[in-house]
Design a protein around this ligand. Structure first.
Ligand code: C5P
Length: 238
């Protein structure tokens, strides 16, 4: 019997109940948003492509020893994950300058960093996800210093693993965003989507954008880049 009921709908995904209260079903929508959800568009095939990219990335991260919410892909557009209580932080890692870093510090596009840059943003649509530092996180009791240290350590490990994975597919991982939370046993684990919606990815040779920047900047058909990412990853990990 299918007991799935809608728990919530986000910008590009629906979360549904399953028979196991410790697990949820994620349904990927054919939807893209920008400007923190203020711009929203239907995009054919996006849900299926992102679900496949995310499932492939999470399977790989599991093989690399990262503990995550991912259990298995259920169908072209759905996957099964552990139910989590999310920490309201966006953890951004940058290997090259782009996006808000480039704008804030007026650097050259894709200036390489000697060490990856790590930033936290407070997840709040109402406040437009403001930048937040460690002492602000502690003042607001969002996470303890030990939890933040664990999150940073995991985020850098994910960066090393994903940089290797994408490099093998001739793709440069410019920057990306992660989210962490607690599973039913209170383990701090990696959750949420990892796809061209949440990563900046460029072709290693041409530097053509293969991610949501194409949608954000109206520079072409966003699905061209997403399909390139999927087919190159499939060829890399098979
Ligand atoms: O815009 P900014 O340069 O700060 O974004 C850094 C990275 O975090 C980008 O890869 C972007 O796709 C991702 N991000 C995200 N969700 C947000 C903000 C940023 O996935 N709300």
């Amino acid at each position: 019997m299918n007991v799935a009921t809608l728990i919530s709908e986000g910008k590009a995904k629906q979360l549904l109940t399953t028979e196991n209260p410790e697990e949820i079903q994620v349904h990927y929508l054919n939807q893209a948003t920008a400007l923190n959800g203020k711009r929203k568009e239907h995009i054919d095939d996006k849900g299926v492509v992102n679900n496949q990219i995310d499932s492939l990335i999470y399977t790989y991260l599991g093989q690399q020893g990262i503990t995550t919410h991912f259990i298995k892909q259920l169908s072209p557009s759905d996957q099964l994950v552990k139910k989590m209580t999310m920490i309201p932080l966006e953890v951004v890692i940058r290997n090259y300058a782009s996006g808000s870093f480039q704008r804030k510090f007026n650097t050259d596009y894709l200036m390489a960093f000697e060490q990856p840059v790590q930033e936290f943003y407070y997840k709040s649509d109402e406040l437009d996800d403001p930048f937040i530092n460690d002492s602000q996180i502690h003042a607001l009791a969002i996470a303890t210093p030990e939890q933040l240290a664990q999150i940073r350590d995991q985020a850098f490990k994910v960066n090393e693993a994903l940089t290797r994975l994408f490099a093998a597919a001739d793709i440069t991982l410019v920057d990306f965003k992660l989210e962490f939370g607690f599973d039913a046993q209170q383990n701090l684990i990696l959750g949420d989507e990892i796809s061209p919606d949440s990563c900046r990815l460029v072709d290693a040779t041409t530097h053509d954008s293969l991610d949501k920047d194409v949608f954000r900047k109206h520079t072409g058909d966003v699905m061209d880049g997403y399909r390139t990412v999927l087919s190159r990853l499939q060829a890399t990990v098979k």
